[in-house]
Structures are given as C-alpha cells and as structure tokens.
Design a protein around this ligand. Sequence first.
Ligand SMILES: NC(=O)c1ccc[n+]([C@@H]2O[C@H](COP(=O)([O-])OP(=O)(O)OC[C@H]3O[C@@H](n4cnc5c(N)ncnc54)[C@H](OP(=O)(O)O)[C@@H]3O)[C@@H](O)[C@H]2O)c1
Length: 311
Amino acid sequence: MEKMMKAIVFKRYGSPEVLQIKEIAKPVPRNNEILVKVNATTVTIGDTIMRSLNLPVAGWQKIMARLYLGWSRPKRPILGMELAGTVESVGRKVTRFKVGDAVFASTFAADFGGYVEYKCLPEKGVLALKPHNLSFEEAAAAPGAGMTALTCLKKGNIQPGQKVLIYGASGAVGTNAVQLASRHFGAEVIGVCSTANLALVQSLGTSRVIDYTRQDITQCSETCDVVFDAVGKLDPKQGKQLLKPGGVFINVHTDSDGGNKLANLLIIKDIIEAGQLKPVIDRVYPFEQIVEAHRYVEQGHKKGNVAITIS
Ligand SMILES: NC(=O)c1ccc[n+]([C@@H]2O[C@H](COP(=O)([O-])OP(=O)(O)OC[C@H]3O[C@@H](n4cnc5c(N)ncnc54)[C@H](OP(=O)(O)O)[C@@H]3O)[C@@H](O)[C@H]2O)c1
C-alpha cells in the first residue's frame, strides 16, 4: 500500500490561508536520488510572492514569471526553496550520500517543495552534508540567501580593507552579505538598516551602521568601493552617488542570477564551518503554523530568516 506523508499544499494563489496541510503520497527515490526526512525548511519573501502572485515586476517580466509559476493556478503546489534534514534512503546509483547523513539543500531547481515531511532530491542537485556547526533550522536557512549574497558580492571583486556599504543589512540576504563582506572578504562594512535592527547588524561585523529612518544616506560623507543593495529598495542613482570613482553598485534583483549552484553551496558550507558566517534566525514556527509564518514574512520586516520545523 502507498505510504502517505504530510505536506503544505496550495491549489490557488491568494492570502496565507490558501496554504493547507494535506496527506499526499510519500515519494520513493529513483536510482540517482536520495530521500530526505525534512527537519526544517524556511519561509522567504520569495515564497510569499509565489503564493500570492503579488509579483514585484511588470510588463514582459510579469508575463514570463506567470508562465513559469502557472498562469491561473500554481504549477508547483508545494512551496519551500530550501531545507535541511536526514537521509532516509538512497537510490541504487547514489554514491555521494548514505542513510543517516544530515544534509542541507536548495530545492529551487527541484520544483521547490520543501514544505513536506519527505523530499526526493537528485544526488547531483544543490545539496551537501549539513555544516556540522549549525542546527537544522540554521542549515535550512543557509542556501538561498547565502548563495545569493555570495554571488552578488563576488561581482564587486572586494579586496581586503576596501569599504563596502550593505543596504538592507537586516534581511536574509543582507545579514549574509554583512558577514561575508567583513569576515570572509575582509572589507570594512557599513550596514544600513532601521532603528530596531542597529544592534543586530552591528553584531555581524560592521564598522558602522546607518539608520535609514533617521539619516538620508545620500548625505553620508564617506564613499565606498562597493555598494550592495541587498533588499532592492535603494534608488540606483542614490546608491551610485555613494561610490568612489570606479566603484561597483550591485543590486540583488539584477545581479544574483546563476548563483544557485552546487559549487556555491559548497563554498557557503566551508565559510560557515570556518566560523565566518552563521544564518540569523528571527523566528521558528512549527509546520502547523505555516499561515502565521507567511503572514509575518510578507510584512517585509523579518530580521534574517524565518524557519519552519517539521517533526
Ligand atoms: N532570501 C533569498 O534566498 C533570496 C534569494 C534571491 C533573491 N532574493 C531577493 O532579495 C530581496 C531581499 O530578500 P530577503 O530575503 O533578504 O528579504 P527580507 O529578509 O524579507 O527583507 C526584510 C528586511 O529588509 C529590511 N527593509 C525593508 N525595507 C527596507 C528599506 N526600504 N530599506 C532598508 N531595509 C529595508 C527590513 O528591515 P526594516 O523594515 O526594519 O528596515 C527587514 O529586515 C528580495 O527581493 C528577494 O526576492 C532573496
């Protein structure tokens, strides 16, 4: 008889209430796949956009996004772009993993689907052994924002001692970017965030924080080698005013393509295990409170990441 598992499914676009816990068939790994018992996943701003179809783009980009996601109803009915868990079984041809391994993964190229008790992933997908110094919740939050921040910052060709400004420093991408820029690339980092997040951002390795609710950052007297808008809300003209001659302006929306790769996940794992990066967890919700988690994340003010535990 077919075995069943719990999954959070959405059949139509809409408010968080469209997310419902259902019993669906437990997947069986193919020869080249592993079956992961999922311990934790996340809710990102991207999950809330795909759920609501409240797309932050217009024109042909909106048309392309709707074709990809499903024009009138979701093509991929289970959200969740990253996860961490334990290998439950492996296909006949699998060599990279064994039963019992703790792993973390991006499910971006695997039709999403992290909001489940069990997920099959190709062994050559964007997955690796879980960093030994992270909890499952922290590891689940590491792939997406970590690889995005790394890909964007690499475009700045940052040299030790250079000055880097991270705008939107308190979000998932921002908290990764601050730590990577300061602790991995050795830059002097200025973080920009709101009053409530000053202490958090300072603790991640900045030399200075600017409260954008109290100070017009274009009036900042310093100029930088790199300005990274990690939240996509800074007018590029304003961002470029803060650059030294020859400096680089980076935007999370236009500069993060191509980052979702196994090679990048392995770099992130090494950086985490070297103690230079730790995902910031704002809140952890149980699986049953997915609606509350989506309501919180879509307000756009989370600090770092929101994780979901699946027991
Ligand atoms: N997370 C990922 O894996 C990922 C991957 C690829 C692309 N992206 C894209 O990257 C962007 C950022 O994603 P995210 O996950 O980092 O978002 P997020 O965590 O939801 O961002 C929330 C944070 O942004 C800050 N913020 C909001 N408005 C701001 C403003 N006007 N100025 C400065 N800070 C502001 C908020 O703090 P305050 O409101 O207190 O200022 C809050 O801490 C999104 O467009 C997302 O689609 C994300």
